[in-house]
Design a protein around this ligand. Structure first.
Ligand code: GLC
Ligand code: MG
Length: 570
């Protein structure tokens, strides 16, 4: 019997109070989305011009990487003024216009909040650096050298070398987790917390819907600044290997338990702005990948009473090999450590990670998008991944990212290249004759929005079909997740909500696969075009690298009991 599950095509966008659970967040890297003034760098007015595209694509929110005044050594993560817009990107009025227009398009807007450090050009740091007696001195970390002149402790920076730089003028070292031009703020000083919470208020008053909090768990450190111990598992974490940084277990320079009460205070502030049942949210970047049992520590950032971050970012999927059992194990583990009532989130990429299509392959990346948009949790989709954009080899002499200058293998320029809109000059990103800030992909004439819009076999068409299925089927947005035991190379699960049951079967293999389903079904979306709507008996045929979402009949098992699906005979 076919399911009685109803698909409500015209259901309005997610309920206001849970937009961040049911919605899809699209990450926009402002430098690379759309240039509007012909300087080869994307800007806020450019993003505004493309809101129609995003609304038609069917996402619910955008997250903008930093657009604040900055020397751009770390491309905006070195902030000079948290409450303004860098002229490269426009003006505050441009931001207000973008925000209003996004809201008019039904899109929420999250902005990047960078609490751990400022630029060394920030007036606070310039003041702090001016003398040992500056009233801002304690807003940053200053320590005397050790007797032999060496830095105060052994903390290694992910950008290479020590986290300490000697300030010749005052004879003291200052702390910078990242680049020496990104000094760390001392959040144990109440004036710093007050000033930074005022930054949040500034943007909340303007109407933003929330914040992506940069390296959220780095802000409070061991008060005694003790040395980090060696990392006994250096190089084995699934996250990328960061060389010298990874030789230490970063127990004392990040993840201090005092982060938790801070995020409770920040949550209270956000809640105080969550009017009309419309939550203002915190999506916090949590890096703890080398810690023993890191997922447990990650989950703690939801707060025991779910009173800290709405969504502590989880990059587990980014670090995995493209193997069905690895993905199932990772998803099951995330589900297992989540506090009761907490809501997962998922990402396949970001401005810091090699693109998914490059990591696993073009066809595989389509299966991955299906996974991202059908698992339980808020998907965060990186711009261009809906087109299957790939990393672009940026010649060493054009490298811009400080990471890449340190080690070309770690460079993040390849995943930050301009969005590919059409097959015109500069792919529609910036006018003809203008040099984009990073080179365009060689394949931009073939891989772009205009081309893919009309191609049913394209990643863009698939992404749209998936987003529209999410919109019409509540089980995909808020249903339970029930993994199914499936043959090797296949990851399969059910999403269930009341009468609605969607079975997801993803073939990770290069060979075709036949599956015996627990019930008959109807294909909602397949990675292969032309199959949508197909009725399937109990045998589902999947081609290599094919994934399918199927509406299936009432279960013969009860919730929580794994329903095995077998490889079909012959
Ligand atoms: C975060 C950002 C990354 C930046 C770093 C320092 O990890 O995502 O791009 O370089 O913080 O701010
Ligand atoms: Mg521009």
């Amino acid at each position: 019997m076919l399911s009685s599950a109803t698909t409500r095509a015209d259901e309005p966008r997610g309920h206001a109070e849970s937009w961040w659970r049911e919605g899809v967040i699209y990450q926009v890297y402002p430098r690379s989305f759309q240039d509007s003034d012909g300087d080869g760098v994307g800007d806020l007015a450019g993003i505004q011009k493309r809101l129609g595209y995003l609304a038609r694509l069917g996402v619910d929110a955008i997250w903008l990487n930093p657009f604040y005044p900055s020397p751009m050594l770390d491309f905006g993560y070195d902030v000079c003024d948290h409450a303004d817009v860098d002229p490269l990107f426009g003006t505050l009025a441009d931001f207000d216009a973008l925000l209003a227009d996004a809201h008019a398009h039904g899109l929420r807007v999250l902005i990047d909040f960078v609490p751990n450090h400022t630029s060394s050009e920030h007036s606070w740091f310039r003041d702090a650096r001016s003398s040992r007696t500056s009233s801002k001195r304690d807003w940053y970390f200053w320590r005397d050298p050790r007797p032999d002149g060496s830095p105060p402790n052994n903390w290694a920076s992910p950008f290479g070398g020590s986290q300490w730089t000697l300030d010749e003028r005052s004879g003291q070292y200052y702390l910078h987790t990242f680049h020496p031009e990104q000094p760390d703020l001392n959040w144990r000083n109440p004036d710093v917390e007050r000033a930074m919470l005022d930054v949040l208020r500034f943007w909340l008053e303007r109407g933003v819907d929330g914040f992506r909090i940069d390296v959220a768990n780095f802000v409070l450190k061991d008060p005694q600044l003790r040395d980090n111990p060696p990392n006994p598992t250096a190089g084995t974490s699934s996250y990328k290997y960061l060389g010298h940084y990874d030789t230490q277990l970063h127990l004392h320079d990040k993840g201090h338990p005092d982060c938790h009460p801070l995020y409770r205070r920040i949550r209270r502030l956000l809640d105080s702005y969550s009017r009309d049942g419309s939550d203002r949210i915190a999506l916090g970047e949590i890096h703890l990948y080398e810690w023993p049992e890191w997922t447990r520590h990650w989950a703690a950032y939801y707060g025991e009473q779910l009173d800290e971050l709405h969504l502590p970012l989880n990059f587990t999927l980014v670090g995995l090999r493209w193997q069905a059992d690895a993905f199932r194990a990772a998803v099951d583990e995330i589900e297992a450590v989540l506090p009761a009532g907490a809501w997962p989130n998922l990402a396949l990429g970001s401005h810091d990670e090699s693109r998914i299509a490059t990591r696993i392959g073009r066809e595989q990346a389509k299966v991955a998008i299906m996974l991202l948009l059908s698992l339980r949790g808020t998907p965060i989709l990186y711009y261009g991944d809906e087109l299957g954009m790939e990393d672009v080899a940026v010649p060493v002499d054009c490298a811009r990212d400080p990471f890449g200058l340190l080690d070309p293998a770690l460079g993040r320029d390849p995943e930050r290249t301009p969005m590919q809109w059409d097959d015109g000059p500069n792919a529609g990103f910036c006018p003809a004759g203008v040099q984009p800030w990073l080179p365009l992909a060689d394949n931009h004439a073939a891989v772009n929005v205009a081309r893919q819009r009309d191609d049913p076999d394209s990643p863009l068409a698939l992404t749209k079909r998936l987003l529209s299925a999410r919109r019409s089927i509540a089980a995909l947005r808020r249903g339970d997740y029930e993994p199914l035991d499936a043959p090797g190379g296949c990851f399969a699960y059910l999403r269930t909500l009341e009468g609605e049951r969607v079975l997801v079967a993803l073939n990770y293999r290069e060979e075709a696969l036949e599956l015996l389903l627990p019930d008959r079904g109807r294909i909602l979306v397949s990675c292969r075009p032309g199959r949508d709507g197909e009725l399937v008996g109990r045998t589902l045929h999947l081609q290599s690298n094919e994934g399918c979402l199927l509406e299936v009949g009432e279960s013969r098992t009860s919730k929580g009991v794994s329903t095995p699906i077998a490889a079909a005979e012959g």
